[in-house]
Design a protein around this ligand. Sequence first.
Ligand SMILES: [Zn+2]
Ligand SMILES: [Zn+2]
Length: 667
Amino acid sequence: MMQTLYADVIIPLKFRDSVTYSVPKEMEGTIVPGSIVKVSVVGRTYSAIVIRILQAPPIDPARIKPILEAVGFPPVSRANMDFLRQVASYYMCSVGDAFRFAAPSTVKALRRKGRENGMRPGTSGQQSGMPRTLPVLSLEQETAAASIRGHFSAGHNVLLHGVTGSGKTEIYITLIAECLGRGLSVLYLVPEIALSRQIQTRLAAHFPASLLVYHSKQTGTHRREVYGQVAAASEPHVILGLRSALFLPYRDLGLIIVDEEHDTSYKQTDQAPRYHGRDTALMLGRIHGCQVLLGSATPSFESLYNVSTGKLCYVPLAHRYFEGCGSTVTIVDMPRERRKRAVKGPFSLTLLKAVASRLERHEQVLVFRSRRAYASALECSACGYIPKCPRCNIPLSYHKFSNSLSCHYCGYSASAPETCPECGKSGMTPLGDGTEKIEEELRTFFPEARIERFDADTTKDKKEESRILKQFSEGEIDILVGTQMISKGFDFSRLTLTAVIKAEAVTSLFDFRADERALQLLLQLMGRAGRRETPGEMIIQTNRADHPVFRMLGHPQEGDLLSLMDERREFGYPPFSRIIRLLLRSSDKERLDILAKEVSGILGESGFRDVCGPAAPPIERSAGEYQLQFLIKTDRLRNWTQAKERLYNRLRSFPASTLTIDVDPVF
Ligand SMILES: [Zn+2]
Ligand SMILES: [Zn+2]
């Protein structure tokens, strides 16, 4: 009876789904499916997860290496394994790729054995359990909370829609306390670290003994400790984390909160699995049988779509979607102002007058210009028309070198028009030209004002970034010229005017989500200006005053959002379909073409009918590499799981440096 046992394990690597190791005699009995172990792969040590125990070796036992060590965590549950498999299947990667984020990694930390079974750092000695104090809810918040509880008890997930400052966090805290009271843990997801710090302070005040914080910027040791506490599940916790916290080994989840669910930072783009934190949270909730609460001031179209199909229940809080904090919005139609000679340089007289009055009252102004980091669209300087792809409905990118326009979705191309196809006038110019000059121009109009610029150029240095923010919040800067970086999370008490220059640039991203993003961005900007006693004002200067996004900010009407979504429906874009993006890269253009032919062939046999490409993506050549992309559209009526798995199996031999697969890409 000296028969050796074997274990199939998953290693956080792409190359295979499972590898067989032998179980050393002294570990028999302690190693079971779900155990975390250490194994060696070509001289390096990895954490691995045991998926099955074998009585007989599947290959020549001489070629099988032994497991190095059993790591002292409780084995992960079947639900945790199911989660990894579903992530891998949906996002078209290996289970090993998905496990990379679930592995309690860093070999260095693994040596610190003493802490594993004994002390729980940070919480030892403290009485856990009951929260210290709970916020008192307003009537409106209490109504929303009651409605959420009702949907939860019927087994539904909820979208909580409330403007900034409407008090969503108090509702979260109340629901967290209730969940902990039932002995179940809560996962609270935020899109980025800056926000997690703010929320951490608030949660720590209520749940000092139960709070665990988890994100990838922490040390391996810290993350390992959190991992151990979640795995042990000896008491319920609130886990506040960024998207990677989805991969902790949960056993007792009662609620998942996804704050700022519309934020594209939830999407992992740099390595597989290229998962979206919100969608993956919904997957995790399904597997653990717990409810998910999505919160936002500007819900994503995906979530609004899920509301329309009944997949999510909608709970409004302080339903004033377009009123922001009582801000007024003025849309300035620039071509009309020019005809009236009410324009000086890049500014309308309306704007100049408004800025002057703020300076007089010692209030602050934020001038926003959209950052155009890469390719540019072409714009008619007379009427503001931007040429779009007739097939894909996204702005065509302008290539100065060949004086041509091209679509990076489908590859459509045309020569750049001399005259505007809409109004017939000449003067088609690259959009975004001249925006650099705004700071300079402002100085000539307001020589006495203290003006600073806040964008990727001036804030390369972190110190410089915090200096500008500090000075602006202390009132030492009168006018701040900023890009997208300024729109999030900052509160400036003396800021009462936000001006958007060339606002059409915001809507001309080379992406079908451009309008949705523009709306979210402008609403966020609106939330920055005006507080409590002084209502804010927003002035939007644009060549396209008739654009639905601007029209609905100026004169909001019921059903506006749905009409924006209609355009997506018409062209078959998400949320009405799903997109899978295959991106090929090579430093050798000929090799890239050969690869593209190969992928075309595979796609031809794949059963996917709606395939665009190969086409050059907007950043045609990055880091000395040529790129080509394919976009696969799938309708939502059919289940594509098997077709995706077949396609992945055909594509998985391509190295990750050559081919990336991105399901539900964010461009
Ligand atoms: Zn025109
Ligand atoms: Zn196109």
